[in-house]
Design a protein. Structure first.
Length: 366
């Protein structure tokens, strides 16, 4: 049976997944035994004969260069300059240099306990091949998640900055054009080890990204990620939360945020149609009042869209048809357009508070 997922504290005192259920921590590995380095195989790409250090996962050996690791990662720099005692080196990340098996083909070995082979591969490929990942260039979900986690864990600022930049093109912290890009413009499917295609699942990716952002304290992404989680159908929210073993506190944030967003959607109708304001044209007031009644009672609508789509659609989101909107006077139509702009600014500035995250000023420090 797999061990339960490990948890870490969030900034609000709650917790979420830290290590996937099938990953062994250093303590587990030492207790239950570990594969011998001699049983592992060289990685086909990341094995450099002139390398100066060997990183060992539970699948591969990677022969790379200390200078590359140390110049990009403060964690590796500190670890590689740390004196080794009789038990070996165990740093705060769970990475381990074993005294008993610290040499392979004349090179020191670092065991990457707690890191999946895939995560180590993605980090090293990004360090060695700048075409492997670039901000703005489509990549796979697994690469994006790996780089966010590994660049944070091992303090690789150049990669962390670039992956956050890539993610912010969709999960934005600036409300410009909320639907300028779609997720599929930034992420694509991948192939499994047996060659089968894995289609990109944007909904599951967003939940996986929420978990990763919480684990890595990537605060600036949290409001937009929480938003994308909260606007999914309720059944999908609950099923993905169960699948990823989210703590109740995280699920509550999503659900409470969803409730607040629904209220903001109704407020959009009131702000845009201002049915309480009279004008010189009785037909205009009558039409605005009818549209608002339809809006709050979900007549002619399945349910008001959530705020981002309302802002993107503008007045057309609520007027329904050109014929109905055409019955309003030019002055009230102009006021509706101004109301949409003001609503967008107010909504975006308050988005962090919708999910109990404070304000943008504190979140944008990462």
């Amino acid at each position: 049976m797999n061990p339960p997922a490990k948890r870490v504290k969030l900034m609000d005192g709650s917790s979420t997944s830290n290590i996937p259920p099938d990953a062994h921590t250093l303590e587990d590995a030492l207790q239950h035994g570990k594969p011998s380095v001699s049983d592992l195989k060289h990685h086909d790409v990341l094995w450099y004969e002139d390398g100066s250090i060997v990183l060992a996962t539970d699948v591969h050996l990677y022969c790379v260069h200390k200078s590359i690791l140390a110049s990009n990662s403060t964690v590796f720099k500190d670890m590689l300059t740390m004196p080794m005692n009789t038990e070996g080196i165990i740093d705060s990340q769970g990475t381990h240099m074993d005294k008993e098996e610290d040499i392979y083909e004349g090179k020191p070995v670092v065991r990457m306990f707690g890191d999946s082979d895939e995560n180590v591969y993605h980090l090293l490929m990004t360090l060695y091949d700048r075409n492997f990942f670039r901000a703005g260039k489509r990549t796979t979900a697994s690469i994006a998640l790996s780089l966010l986690v590994m660049s944070s864990k091992y303090d690789v600022p150049v990669i962390r900055t670039e992956i956050i930049e890539h993610l912010k093109r969709y999960y934005s912290c600036n409300f410009t054009n909320p639907y300028e890009l779609e997720l599929k413009d930034l992420f694509c499917g991948s192939k499994s080890s047996d060659g089968r295609a894995n289609n990109f699942d944007g909904e599951e990716f967003t939940f996986l990204l929420l978990d990763a952002a919480l684990r890595t304290s990537t605060l600036s992404l949290l409001p937009a990620i929480y938003y994308e989680c909260a606007v999914l159908p309720l059944g999908k929210i609950l099923s993905l939360s169960r699948k990823l073993s989210f703590e109740p506190e995280v699920v509550e944030k999503i659900m409470h945020g969803r409730e607040r967003l629904s209220k903001l959607s109704y407020l959009f109708g009131a702000n845009t149609l201002h049915p309480q304001v009279k004008c010189a044209y009785p037909a205009c007031l009558e039409m605005r009042t009818e549209l608002f009644f339809n809006w709050i009672n979900c007549l002619s609508y399945k349910h008001p869209e959530f705020p981002k789509k309302l802002v993107s659609g503008g007045f057309a989101s609520i007027a329904g048809t050109t014929e109905m909107g055409g019955k309003m006077c030019p002055r009230c139509i102009g006021k509706a357009g101004v109301a949409v702009v003001e609503y967008a600014a107010t909504f975006w500035s308050s988005l962090p508070t919708v999910f109990g995250l404070g304000d943008w000023a504190n979140l944008n420090r990462d």
